[in-house]
Design a protein around this ligand. Structure first.
Ligand SMILES: [Zn+2]
Length: 652
C-alpha cells in the first residue's frame, strides 16, 4: 500500500516536472524568424511600458521580467546558432542575434530607464548589486555619452556583433579536410582507424575536429603527416578572419576613445576583478618568470627524445611545433607508462558522463534523471535536475557531445535560461562538446568535468534576479568553478566512484593515478608558456591594435619554437573575437582562485557538507555578490596564488 502510494506520488512529481519543464523550442528557419519578430515586439512593448513609469517604482522587478523575456528568445537562438544541424536554422539565427544585440544596446542607452535605475533605492544587498551592475551597463553602453558619441557607440556595438558572427561562422563552416595515406596513419590506434574509415582509394580524409586532430598529433609517426595536419589546423578560419579580428580590435579601441580612455584594455578591465591593465601585466609577468625555464627544460627533453627516435645527432635535431604533442606522448608512455589512447577503455564515454553526474550528485544534494524530450539532433540527451531530499524539480540540462558538420567546434556550456527565484523561473543549460564516441582519455574526461562545472554553476544557481543568474559573473572569475572541478578527474578518492558507475571497466589503481599525475605535471611549463602567449597577444591587441598576424608572428617568433611561416593561429582565436577580449588572462586568473578553493575539499573530495557550503557561498550565488567577497567567505581568508604557481611549474 505504502509502496503503491510512493509510486503514485512519484508519477505525480514527474508529470509535474514534465508539464512545467522549460525546454529549447525546436524552430525551423521560418518559425525561428517568427519567434524572433514576436519576442522582440514583446520586449519592445515592455520597454515602452517601463519608460512610461515615472520615478524608480518597481524598476528592479520590471527589469527582471524584461530580462527573462529577452532571454526566452536569446538563450535558445544563441544555442541553435551554434548547434542546429540545419544550416538554414543557423543562418536564420544570426540576424535575430543581431537584432537582439541592437535591442540590448538601445536598452542600455535608454535615458529614461537609466534615470529610473539611478533613482531607485535598493532594499536588499542583491538589489544594491543589481543596481550597480545596471548602472555600469548603462555607462559602458553609452547612456552617459553625448548624443553623437552615443550614436557612434551604437554603430560600433552593431558592427562588433556582425563581425563576431562572421568570425565564428568561418570557423564552424570551415570545410578544410586533410588527406593521409594508409602509411601515414601509422601509430594511430585500431579504434581511431575504425572511427575514420578509409575512402575507396585507401586514403583517410580527416576534418579539423578535435577527436580527429588531437590523437593524430599525439600518435602519428610520420612527421610530414603531422606537419600537414598542423598547418591546416593552424589556418582554421582563414585569412578573412584575420581582417575581421583587426577591424574588431580597431573598433574596440575607438569605443574606449569615446569615453576618453586610452585603450580597450582600460575600458574592459575596470569592470573585471583585476580592475587595471597593470594588474594583468604584473600577473602575466609572474607567470612568464615562473614557466620560462621549465618550458626550456621540457622542450630540450623532447628534442633529445626526437634525436633518439630518429637516430639523428642531437646537435642537428630540431624540434618543431608538430613534434611537441607527439614526443610528449612518447615520453609520457616511456617514462610514466601512461598511454592516453589506452585510457579510453577505462573511461567509456557513457560511463564518463555517468561518473560526472555521480560526483555532482554526491556533492550537491541533487539527482539527475534522464527524460525523453524533443531534441535538435538524435545524439542529444536531456536530464532533469531534482532536489535529492524533496524530489522537487530544480532545473534541466542537455548534453550534445559528438562532432558533426557545422557544429560549434570546441567544448562549452551554453546557458539557455537563467534562474530567478523571485519569478519562480528555473534554469536550463546545454553542454556542447566534440568527444570520441567510444571512450575518453584523461584529458577529455577533464574537459567534460570542466564544462559540467559551468553547467552546475548555471543549473544550481539560486539568485533573485535573472541578470545575475548562473555564470553571468565577471569573465576573470567565470572559469573558477569549472577549473576547480577538473581536479575530480585526477584524485584517487573521487575516481574510486568510477567502479560504481562501471563495474566492468578496468580500474585505475593507486599506482596508476600517481603515474597519471606525474605524467600530467610533466609538460606544464610548455602548456602555460602557451597560455601566457595567448593572454599576452590578447592584451597587446586590446592595448594597441595592429594587424593581428604581424603581431602574432612577432610574439611567437620570440618563443623557443618560433613561428611556423604560413600558419595563422589568430584566425581561429574565437575567444578574443567575442567575450574574452582583454580577458583571456582570465583563464589563469580564475585558476588561481580555483586551485585555492580546492583547499576545503582536500581532506574529502566527496564531502557533501563542504559541497553544500561551496554551493551556498559560491556556486548558487551567481553575480548577486562581489566575486572577491564570495571567495573570501568560502575560504575564510584572503586567497593565495601559491597552489597556482606550484601547478604551472609542475610542482603540484
Ligand atoms: Zn570553461
Amino acid at each position: 500500500m505504502r509502496a503503491a502510494l510512493l509510486v503514485l506520488l512519484a508519477a505525480v512529481a514527474s508529470a509535474h516536472a514534465a508539464d512545467t519543464r522549460p525546454l529549447v523550442p525546436l524552430y525551423d528557419a521560418a518559425a525561428l524568424t517568427t519567434a524572433c519578430d514576436e519576442g522582440l515586439a514583446a520586449a519592445q512593448s515592455r520597454i515602452k511600458a517601463m519608460e512610461a513609469t515615472r520615478g524608480a517604482g518597481a524598476i528592479f522587478d520590471e527589469w527582471n521580467r524584461l530580462s527573462m523575456r529577452i532571454e526566452d528568445l536569446q538563450g535558445p537562438v544563441y544555442l541553435l546558432s551554434s548547434v542546429h544541424p540545419d544550416k538554414a536554422v543557423r543562418d536564420a539565427a544570426e540576424p535575430c542575434l543581431q537584432r537582439l544585440n541592437t535591442l540590448g544596446t538601445d536598452l542600455f542607452q535608454n535615458e529614461k530607464l537609466y534615470a529610473r535605475v539611478k533613482a531607485a533605492t535598493p532594499r536588499t544587498a542583491h538589489q544594491a548589486k543589481l543596481k550597480k551592475d545596471l548602472i555600469e551597463g548603462f555607462e559602458d553602453t553609452g547612456a552617459v555619452l553625448p548624443p553623437q558619441k552615443r550614436a557612434r557607440a551604437k554603430q560600433i556595438f552593431e558592427r562588433l556583433e556582425t563581425l563576431r558572427q562572421a568570425f565564428e561562422r568561418n570557423i564552424r563552416d570551415d570545410p578544410t579536410t586533410v588527406t593521409f595515406t594508409a602509411a601515414e596513419m601509422d601509430g594511430l590506434s585500431a579504434a581511431y582507424l575504425e572511427a575514420h574509415q578509409a575512402d575507396a582509394q585507401g586514403n583517410y580524409v580527416l576534418r579539423l575536429d578535435y577527436p580527429s586532430y588531437v590523437p593524430f598529433m599525439e600518435n602519428a609517426r610520420s612527421g610530414a603527416a603531422r606537419e600537414r595536419y598542423y598547418r591546416a589546423k593552424l589556418s582554421e578560419g582563414g585569412k578573412e578572419n584575420l581582417a575581421l579580428l583587426e577591424e574588431i580590435f580597431g573598433l574596440r579601441k575607438e569605443l574606449a576613445g569615446l569615453y576618453g580612455l586610452p585603450s580597450y584594455a582600460q575600458y574592459s578591465l575596470r569592470r573585471k576583478m583585476v580592475r587595471t591593465p597593470q594588474t594583468v601585466e604584473k600577473f602575466l609577468g609572474d607567470v612568464k618568470a615562473a614557466v620560462t625555464e621549465v618550458e626550456k627544460r621540457e622542450l630540450e627533453e623532447l628534442r633529445a627524445a626526437k634525436a633518439e627516435d630518429l637516430a639523428t645527432p642531437l646537435a642537428e635535431t630540431k624540434l618543431t611545433r608538430w613534434d611537441v604533442a607527439y614526443y610528449q606522448e612518447k615520453l609520457r608512455r616511456e617514462r610514466y607508462a601512461v598511454d592516453q589512447e589506452k585510457l579510453r577503455a577505462y573511461f567509456p564515454t557513457d560511463k564518463a558522463i555517468a561518473y560526472t553526474l555521480q560526483v555532482s550528485q554526491t556533492l550537491y544534494g541533487v539527482v539527475f534523471r534522464e527524460a525523453q524530450v524533443p531534441v535538435w539532433h538524435p545524439d542529444v540527451r536531456y536530464y532533469d535536475v531534482l532536489d535529492a531530499r524533496t524530489g522537487r524539480f530544480v532545473s534541466g540540462f542537455y548534453l550534445d557531445l559528438y562532432p558533426r558538420e557545422g557544429k560549434y567546434n570546441h567544448a562549452a556550456a551554453f546557458p539557455v535560461y537563467g534562474v530567478s527565484r523571485l519569478a519562480g523561473r528555473t534554469p536550463l543549460s546545454a553542454l556542447v562538446a566534440n568527444l570520441d564516441r567510444k571512450g575518453l582519455n584523461q584529458e577529455e574526461l577533464t574537459v567534460v568535468m570542466h564544462e559540467f562545472g559551468h553547467v552546475l554553476h548555471q543549473v544550481l544557481s539560486r539568485v533573485d534576479y535573472n541578470p545575475q543568474a548562473g555564470s553571468n559573473v565577471k569573465v576573470d572569475f567565470a572559469e573558477a568553478p569549472s577549473q576547480m572541478y577538473e581536479e575530480w578527474t585526477r584524485r584517487e578518492q573521487p575516481l574510486a566512484l568510477f567502479a560504481k558507475v562501471c563495474p566492468g571497466c578496468p580500474h585505475l589503481t593507486h599506482h596508476d593515478i600517481q603515474r597519471l599525475d606525474a605524467a600530467r605535471r610533466y609538460g606544464q611549463g610548455t602548456l602555460y608558456a602557451r597560455q601566457w602567449l595567448f593572454a599576452t597577444f590578447d592584451m597587446a591587441l586590446a592595448t594597441d591594435p595592429r594587424p593581428p598576424l604581424a603581431l602574432w608572428k612577432q610574439l611567437e617568433s620570440a618563443t623557443p619554437l618560433g613561428h611556423v611561416e604560413g600558419t595563422m593561429f589568430p584566425a581561429s582565436f574565437a575567444h578574443i573575437a567575442s567575450g574574452y577580449a582583454a580577458g583571456y588572462y582570465g583563464y589563469m586568473w580564475s585558476q588561481v582562485l580555483a586551485l585555492d578553493m580546492l583547499t576545503p575539499f582536500e581532506k574529502n573530495m566527496l564531502d557533501p557538507r563542504v559541497g553544500k557550503r561551496y554551493l551556498d557561498t559560491i556556486l548558487s550565488q551567481g553575480a548577486q555578490q562581489e566575486e572577491s567577497a564570495m571567495v573570501r567567505r568560502f575560504l575564510g581568508r584572503e586567497p593565495s596564488s601559491e597552489a597556482f604557481f606550484a601547478e604551472i611549474t609542475g610542482r603540484r
